[in-house]
Ligand binder design. Structure first.
Ligand code: MG
Length: 158
């Protein structure tokens, strides 16, 4: 059967003096995610799920943090490259489901914008792009507002 499933996970630390970018959308908040690229943890988890579905390794392999080329990189541009990679093998994303785990800021007002941005970037109908948010009930680093994590699952079809 020409379907493949993949899962992705990522976590970035929340720090001062950084922009908060999730799914290509800048979200107003006093802190942002720390990382070599724009640290878009949502887009990173989605890319890892896409690569995982085809056993192509992880994003660290394609965009190593040690390479200055990717400093401050726009993760939506990296997503484009991952899409081209799977597209070259005849695969495309059918749908994706992502869960963002963040204690703060409240993400509900921004969910639609993230879904819109990802559906445009991935050329997918909006009802094939699910972004959900939850908190960690105050527990661990995420609950202490020190980090944001994302789990993502994608289904690829040929
Ligand atoms: Mg990352």
């Amino acid at each position: 059967m020409n379907i493949r499933i993949g899962n992705g996970y990522d976590l970035h630390r929340l720090v001062s003096d950084r922009r908060l970018i999730l799914g290509g959308v800048e979200i107003p908040y006093e802190k942002g995610l720390l990382g070599h690229s724009d640290a878009d943890v949502l887009t990173h988890a989605i890319m890892d799920a896409m690569l995982g579905a085809l056993a192509l390794g992880d994003i660290g392999h394609y965009f190593p943090p040690s390479d200055p080329k990717w400093a401050g990189a726009d993760s939506m541009m990296l997503l484009q490259q991952v899409q081209e990679l799977i597209g070259a093998q005849g695969w495309r994303v059918n749908n994706l489901d992502a869960m963002v785990i963040a204690e703060a800021p409240k993400l509900k007002p921004h969910i639609k914008a993230m879904r819109d941005r990802l559906s445009q970037a991935m050329n997918l109908p909006i009802d094939c792009v699910s972004v959900k948010a939850t908190t960690n009930e105050g527990q661990d680093a995420i609950g202490q507002k020190e980090a944001i994590a994302v789990h993502a699952v994608v289904l690829l079809i040929k």
